[in-house]
Design a protein. Structure first.
Length: 252
């Protein structure tokens, strides 16, 4: 019987193993974060990012769809790098007193803002805030809003008012603005102008907390007078009325 010719195998030859997809994404995000922090969104290119990461140029499109998709991923990672929602929740966990809970979280934010050698995430977020891109709505929905809702709950508990109350929402702004200002101001500015601040970050955190907590209590007490009265056991004294004209004449 004549020997039949062997058919070529239709199974494709096994390719060399490729780097793990998640690891590749993380490398691209980390490298792109540094490039975006240095150059800004407008000036950073996929070519430079891939060259620094040691990856093919097509990697950006393959893993993120486009440079815009990569930038969105970098923004979310940057906000997480500044402070993660899980980190905030862990700080508040197990703290029963609502005022102490808010104070604990805000103190940590001040410590993060005053630490030396801030990661690239600070600069990426700052650039985006100063010059918003088309990715800002994504950053708000995926990173900022969940943390804002968590912080709003803490402020609500500390003030004894519902989260939807306008005073609570203003209180959140009043509580966070000093922390955000410390974060965005270049570290050498206060060191030159107000050196005592840079020398004692713990003192700054402690006194800022006194300032913020006293302010929140003051504006909340105006909105809940009945609770204040119940706490002190006293009713507000009604303003004394001037005597009637007849009484004044009799006195004279």
């Amino acid at each position: 019987m004549p020997a039949t010719a062997k058919k070529k195998s239709t199974v494709p030859a096994r390719r060399a193993s490729r780097p793990d997809g998640d690891a590749t994404r993380l490398t691209l995000i980390e490298t792109a974060g540094q490039v975006f922090a240095e150059r800004g969104y407008a000036e950073a290119t996929s070519k430079e990012i891939c060259e620094r990461a040691g990856m093919p140029l097509a990697s950006v499109n393959y893993h993120f769809g486009s440079r815009d998709g990569l930038y969105e991923a970098v923004l979310i990672a940057a906000h997480q790098q500044v402070v993660g929602l899980e980190d905030l929740m862990a700080l508040a966990e197990g703290v029963e007193d609502p005022v102490l809970k808010l104070r604990t979280v805000l103190t940590q934010l001040v410590r993060l803002a005053t630490r030396a050698g801030a990661p690239w995430g600070f600069r990426v977020v700052l650039r985006e805030v100063m010059t918003p891109s088309a990715a800002m709505p994504t950053l708000i929905e995926k990173a900022i809003r969940p943390k804002a809702q968590f912080m709003l709950g803490l402020v609500s508990g500390a003030m004894g008012l519902p989260p939807e109350h306008p005073t609570v929402q203003r209180g959140l702004v009043f509580a966070l603005l000093p922390c955000l200002a410390i974060m965005v101001v270049p570290k050498d500015v206060p060191a030159k102008l107000l050196p005592a601040i840079s020398r004692d970050s713990e003192g700054l955190a402690e006194e800022l907390m006194r300032y913020v907590m006293a302010g929140l209590d003051a504006i909340a007490s105006v909105q809940r007078p009945e609770k204040k009265e119940a706490k002190t056991g006293k009713k507000r004294a009604s303003p004394e009325r001037p005597p009637a004209p007849e009484a004044r004449r009799e006195k004279a």
